[in-house]
Design a protein around this ligand. Structure first.
Ligand SMILES: [Zn+2]
Length: 150
């Protein structure tokens, strides 16, 4: 289960709508106690997706930021540092699916880390809609996680 308040949820929705029709992304700072995560802060980041900087297939490159997202390693490093300084952890990543359902893609699964929550927001025609959270199970398959709005 992941707990977040209205304001934090709104931060995700606003970021998702502002980057439409491209995917947005960001990290989630918080605390983790067993299977229960509590969000402390939502940090929107730049979608640093740049297919040709990496060894991805043409298909990946062609989809561009409308279908892919990435957080640059430098930014991730800085965020990990600032989380630590505040005695927080990065407990997950959020991103949007423009004109697609809030369900992880195969690409999302391949690049997902264990223990992180993956919050996905569907944005239909510029309007944020469904929000789901996903975590990998022991077989590296995504399972939906309950979102509790505080
Ligand atoms: Zn995705």
């Amino acid at each position: 289960m992941i707990e977040l308040n209205k304001e934090q949820l709104q931060t995700i929705l606003t970021h998702a709508e502002s980057t439409y029709p491209e995917e947005c992304c960001g990290v989630i700072f918080g605390h983790m106690y067993r299977d229960r995560k509590t969000v402390i802060e939502i940090i929107p980041t730049e979608n640093a997706w740049n297919g040709d900087a990496n060894n991805f297939s043409d298909d990946d490159v062609n989809h561009g930021k409308k279908r892919r997202y990435t957080i640059s390693p430098q930014e991730m490093f800085q965020l990990q540092k600032s989380a630590r300084e505040r005695n927080l952890n990065i407990i997950g990543i959020f991103h949007s699916h423009p004109d697609n359902p809030a369900i992880p893609s195969e690409f999302d699964r391949n690049y997902a880390w264990q223990e992180y929550s993956y919050i996905i927001v569907s944005v239909q025609k510029g309007q944020a809609g469904d929000v789901n959270s996903w975590v990998l199970d022991d077989d590296s398959q995504f399972q939906q996680e309950e979102i509790r709005e505080l």
